[in-house]
Design a protein around this ligand. Structure first.
Ligand SMILES: Cc1cc2nc3c(=O)[nH]c(=O)nc-3n(C[C@H](O)[C@H](O)[C@H](O)COP(=O)(O)O)c2cc1C
Length: 385
């Protein structure tokens, strides 16, 4: 059933009436379930294995669509072998798993920070059995990490930001990016081969915004790419608690829409429905509120470089967290499927990305209230041996 905006509001009104009878329960309707975010308090106090302690922090890393495509083997003492969980990939929108690799870089960076905070240096060997080819990931390890106790290791100040880091998907406040924040975020020394840039000149921001909106529209209107997002949307507290991954839709509004039958995966896939339009409006409000965009490019695009990008990206996001700056990536126009090629070329031009560099991450920057943490699966579900 297609629904008009008017009847949608009526449904919401109905939901409010129902909810009025249970006024005290209303704020908790479809709230984020506690079990889904228990990981954000770090390792259990009784956990003594330094590998599990570091992993408990690492799984809080940002990662594409919150798929958490990490698998670890702990069968060798003092060693963590990190693999890609190949049941959790994005073949349509991330056909070469470039973004999945970036998510692994984020994981490795937090893992190393957490181990150091516990007194352990991590010796990281990337792709110990050889790197994946350029187009696919396979069953070989991404990294072998050996933990070694070293007295007097310094704690990275960014480690304290790990539990506070958020990807902020809501609209930002109207104020521009503070020039001091812009300078701090773009003025660091990224690893060799990487470069960070931030644009806040209004006309430039408008052009970047228009490309972002066009990329989102293209992805949403191509059923095979849009489906990849819809498949991981978790609607309501029960679904979120069951999966503890993906994109969470929660809160009283979602509760009302769900109960009215307005918000279903099928409807979210169908242009013209409220569910589809609501998703687009939400994304557009985010773009509209952006006063600055930033991006990260790399000189090479081999697997090790993608890991380096992830390590740098999460450090940038943690630094933003420490400054009170909110950040949300926009990946659509950076994605390597044929229909996106023209927009990707336009985005490369607009970001002045040289022909021999790869545009790896693009994001909006601003200020927003803390949206709360996103779900994570239990540590045990990542451990394969
Ligand atoms: C490589 C990569 C690409 C991402 N692309 C997007 C994106 O296009 N849009 C978005 O809202 N978030 C994007 N994210 C952020 C994830 O959605 C986010 O990390 C995940 O949902 C977990 O939420 P959290 O970062 O708040 O813990 C991306 C993250 C990574 C590492």
């Amino acid at each position: 059933m297609l629904m008009s905006r008017k009847s949608f509001l009526r449904v919401l009104g109905g939901g409010a009436v129902v909810a009025a009878g249970t006024a005290f329960a209303l704020p908790r309707l479809d709230a984020m379930p506690a079990v889904a975010i228990e990981g954000w308090s770090g390792p259990a106090s009784q956990e003594k294995d330094p590998r599990r302690r570091a992993l408990a922090w690492a799984l809080l890393a940002p990662n594409p669509h919150n798929l958490q495509s990490w698998a670890v083997d702990l069968s060798v003492p003092d060693t963590i072998q990190l693999y890609v969980d190949r049941t959790r990939l994005l073949p349509q929108t991330d056909p070469y798993s470039r973004q999945i690799m970036i998510g692994h870089g984020c994981f490795l960076e937090i893992l190393a920070m957490a181990a150091a905070a516990d007194g352990f240096a991590s010796e990281v060997t990337l792709f110990p059995d050889g790197a994946f080819d350029a187009t696919s990931v396979d069953g070989r390890p991404v990294a072998r990490i050996v933990l070694r106790r070293v007295p007097g290791l310094a704690v990275d100040p960014l480690f304290a930001e790990v539990p506070r880091r958020r990807t902020v998907k809501t609209a930002f406040e109207a104020r521009p990016l503070d020039p001091a924040h812009r300078a701090a975020l773009s003025g660091g020394a990224p690893p060799a081969g990487l470069a960070i840039a931030i644009a806040d000149e209004p006309a430039h921001v408008d052009r970047l915004r228009a490309l972002g909106v066009a990329g989102s529209d293209l992805e949403m209107n191509l059923p095979r790419t849009h489906k990849e997002s819809i498949d991981v949307v978790r609607v309501g507290a029960a679904e979120i608690a069951r999966h503890r991954d993906g994109i969470s839709l929660k809160g009283p509004m979602m509760w009302a829409l769900r109960h009215a039958g307005v918000m279903t995966p099928e409807k979210a896939m169908t242009p013209g429905t409220m569910a589809f339009q609501g998703g687009r409006d939400y994304a557009l409000a985010g773009y509209a509120s952006a006063r600055a965009f930033g991006w990260l490019t790399s000189a090479a695009n081999d697997r090790a470089s993608q890991i380096t990008v992830g390590r740098a990206y999460v450090r940038l996001q943690l630094q933003a967290t420490s400054l009170g700056v909110a950040l949300q990536p926009h990946s659509q126009t950076l994605q390597e499927y044929p229909e996106m090629a023209d927009l990707m070329a336009a985005m490369r031009r607009e970001t002045a990305t040289a022909a021999d560099r790869t545009l790896q991450m693009f994001f909006r920057l601003g200020y927003a209230r803390d949206p709360g943490p996103s779900p994570r699966r239990a540590l045990a579900s990542f451990i394969t041996a």
